[in-house]
Write a protein that binds this ligand. Structure first.
Ligand SMILES: Nc1nc2c(ncn2[C@@H]2O[C@H](COP(=O)(O)OP(=O)(O)OP(=O)(O)O)[C@@H](O)[C@H]2O)c(=O)[nH]1
Ligand SMILES: [Mg+2]
Length: 320
């Protein structure tokens, strides 16, 4: 496949084309996409995938641009899969984040993909996992994935990355709740952004709050300690501590085999996801095309049968 060769040669236009292909829901593209991924998976690179999650407006995009610029200046090769919330309004325009990320997008060592955030998935869309396989094969050192921290997308994002980072703002007491709600399970690093100007004091306080909340969290054996870091994205301060922490955690995880186990578990997660998706679409097709459903719904309304009778009926039919 010509596209495979070009991706392996880090041809940016072809990488973009490949990602468009894997994101496509067109059944015709699906076959080609499967072939592409099957080939590329045989040419693994050395990418470390880092997830950046956090509530809206906390500065995820600004941080990624700032940190990204810092890394590119240090000669790292960086790919960014960003979400562009503004596209929800403009129906798919990718101008928003791309314009802001313009500084690093000029570098030959970066690849930036801005996708409209797709509803509740908050940026992790069908194809994000495939996109990271493409970028890994293309030879990037780091793949950054930006997601809005909402429910399922967080789980999906955590299952896509080697390091998961939660970005918070100064005085974000609400997110502290998240610590109790299980975000600690996923997040390896907590980044308190906006540590500048008038917000400095509040930012330090937030960092200590996170640190003390984390001290109640019992660390499992063989697990890297979770770190709380203070940064200012607009002043590009604290970026050295972020890269150092990322590198330390990766080193620790590789040494303790956590790195490989995590990737294995993630693969199991995605295999199950794929099976679930395929069953779902086949089931939808089965039920969706059926006038029986309408008749049975009427019967449910009349109280003749229950909703469970209907679901059992369709499930039996499907399984046959
Ligand atoms: N003072 C200060 N403001 C910042 C910093 N980083 C981001 N901001 C501001 O915070 C606002 C939101 O920044 P974004 O980068 O768009 O935040 P986001 O998390 O990507 O937002 P969504 O993508 O909408 O979820 C902007 O007005 C930024 O200028 C920082 O380090 N310091
Ligand atoms: Mg953003």
């Amino acid at each position: 496949m010509e596209l495979v060769k070009k991706v392996l040669n880090n041809d940016r236009a072809s990488i973009a084309k490949a990602i468009t292909l894997v994101e496509s829901s067109n059944p015709k593209d699906k076959e080609e996409s499967k072939q592409l991924i099957s080939s590329l998976i045989n040419h693994p690179g050395h990418s470390i995938r880092v997830g950046f999650s956090g509530p809206p407006g906390v500065g995820k995009s600004t941080f990624i641009e700032s940190f990204g610029t810092y890394l590119v200046n240090k000669n790292y090769k960086l790919a960014i899969l960003a979400i562009d919330p503004s596209s929800n309004l403009t129906g798919g325009s990718i101008l928003g984040d791309k314009t802001r990320m313009s500084e690093i997008s000029k570098s030959q060592n970066t690849f930036i993909r801005s996708t409209p955030s797709k509803g509740s998935l908050g940026g992790v869309s069908y194809g994000t996992r495939e996109a990271s396989i493409i970028l890994d094969a293309a030879g990037y050192d780091f793949i950054f994935i930006e997601t809005v921290g909402v429910g399922q997308s967080e789980t999906m994002a955590a299952n896509l990355v080697d390091i998961f980072t939660l970005i918070v703002g100064p005085g974000s007491g609400d997110e502290l709740q998240g610590i109790k709600k299980g975000i600690t399970e996923y997040a390896d690093i907590f980044i308190v952004n906006k540590n500048d100007g008038d917000l400095k004091l509040q930012a330090s306080k937030t960092a200590s709050d996170y640190k003390s909340a984390l001290s109640f969290y019992s660390k499992q054996d063989n697990q890297a300690a979770k770190e709380v870091l203070l940064v200012s994205s607009i002043e590009q301060q604290g970026m050295d501590s972020v890269i150092d922490t990322i590198n330390e955690i990766i080193k620790f995880n590789k040494l303790n085999k956590i790195f490989d186990v995590r990737r294995e578990n993630q693969l199991s997660y995605w295999i199950k996801e794929e099976i679930r998706n395929q069953i779902q679409s086949k089931l939808d097709l089965e039920v969706g095309n059926d006038t029986e459903l309408l008749d049975m719904t009427k019967a449910v309304i009349k109280g003749e049968i229950s909703i469970y009778d209907v679901s059992d009926h369709f499930l039996d039919k499907f399984l046959k």
